[in-house]
Design a protein around this ligand. Structure first.
Ligand code: SF4
Length: 368
């Protein structure tokens, strides 16, 4: 029975090999599906006849469907709600803006050439960060590498995607094998994204960070630090108990020494929790020996799902000033985009009633 995604790379390649078909045909199949996600296998020209039989019996071009695509009023952001084969939903967000043009007036420009896709790696998440709506869902399932790549296929029908950020639902490094496999496909034909245009964001899964560079050199690593000391981290991110800050910073130091790459630090600004001057100094001291970019993220309230409030704008500005002025750390403040479609910084929870799916709030925006 045809059931797996043809983008489940290791499955399709090993089935091709077992059937005596060269796996070199697989990228040709992907290229066709990328342009025609609803194609039939017999529409793909020039495959060996055994390949058609194999594809028909075991694989589908896309196992997921695009349930809805909603544009923000400024057309900069499009939120994709994708229905998986198991009936669950994930969200991906396309952001089209040209920061090179935008710098003249400080506004993102619609239709810019550098579309970025924010992608999900799990349905729900087990890390339980208590400022995050996805965390409140608990963990439901891991996406397969094919389901991760299908988000890129659906998004590519809407915009040419140049950057991918794993900042959607789920903790990517808790679904390590599928994420690594998906990235390997993304960086090869027909997708051919540069690894430098792919960012994996993690709460800090130390054992996975330790092997990430060996498996996936040149990726961007973003770490959701969100607090400068262990006790605040544990308070807002329960998973931090398993990944103590000191050990995490040691792992990041090692990662940076080996990779020689900048690390992106995500820091959500929570009023009265982690946004005071002493926290800025603690964070500055923690990071001053690293080559990092800190991205301060104004918190989007998520209703009764979280007790936190957004930091005042002035607080965010002062925090940035301390990191920049006292510690010489490059620090940006994340732009809020797509709020009218719940496509701004926040996290996703999908609530379903019989046949409809309503997004309460959704996934993280990004720094690129
Ligand atoms: S912030 Fe990320 S890691 Fe934490 S619960 Fe939400 S999705 Fe999971």
């Amino acid at each position: 029975m045809a059931c797996r995604s043809v983008f489940d790379a290791s499955a399709v390649k090993s089935d091709f090999e077992s059937a005596g078909i060269s796996p070199n045909f697989v990228p040709l199949v992907w290229k066709h599906v990328l342009k025609n996600p609803n194609c039939r296998w017999d529409e793909i020209p020039s495959l060996p006849s055994a390949a058609y039989a194999l594809l028909n019996s075991k694989f589908m071009p896309c196992t997921s469907t695009l349930h809805s695509a909603v544009d923000s009023s400024d057309q900069v952001t499009t939120k994709l709600l994708i229905k998986l084969k198991n009936g669950e939903f994930v969200e991906a967000v396309v952001m089209r803006y040209d920061t090179r043009l935008g710098k003249y007036d400080g506004k993102p420009r619609p239709g810019g050439p550098r579309a970025t896709l924010c992608i999900s790696s799990q349905v729900g998440c087990k890390m339980g960060c208590n400022f995050c709506a996805t965390g409140s869902m608990g963990f439901k399932s891991n996406l397969s590498s094919g389901e991760i790549l299908e988000q890129l296929v659906h998004a590519s029908q809407i915009s040419a995607i140049r950057n991918v950020v794993f900042m959607g639902m789920g903790e990517p490094l808790n679904n390590y094998a599928a994420v690594v496999e998906a990235i390997r496909v993304m960086t090869a034909p027909p997708f051919q994204l540069s690894p430098k245009k792919i960012t994996v964001s993690t709460v800090g899964i130390i054992h996975a960070i330790n092997k990430l560079h060996g498996d996936m050199p040149n990726l961007n690593l973003a770490v959701s630090l969100h607090a400068p000391v262990q006790d605040i981290r544990c308070q807002i991110m329960p998973a931090a108990r398993a990944f103590p800050l000191e050990k995490l910073m040691n792992a990041l130091q090692k990662y940076q020494t080996i990779s020689q790459q900048k690390i992106f630090i995500e820091y959500i600004m929570l009023d009265g929790v982690n946004d005071e001057e002493q926290h800025a100094h603690q964070l500055g001291k923690l990071l001053e020996t690293f080559d990092v970019v800190v991205n301060l993220i104004p918190f989007n309230p998520i209703g009764s799902l979280s007790p936190y409030r957004s930091s005042k704008d002035q607080r965010v500005v002062e925090f940035q000033k301390t990191l920049r002025g006292t510690y010489n750390i490059r620090t940006t403040v994340r732009k809020q985009m797509g709020q009218d479609i719940s496509g701004a910084c926040g996290q996703l929870v999908v609530k379903r009633s019989s046949k409809t799916a309503n997004l309460i709030t959704d996934i993280e925006d990004l720094h690129i």
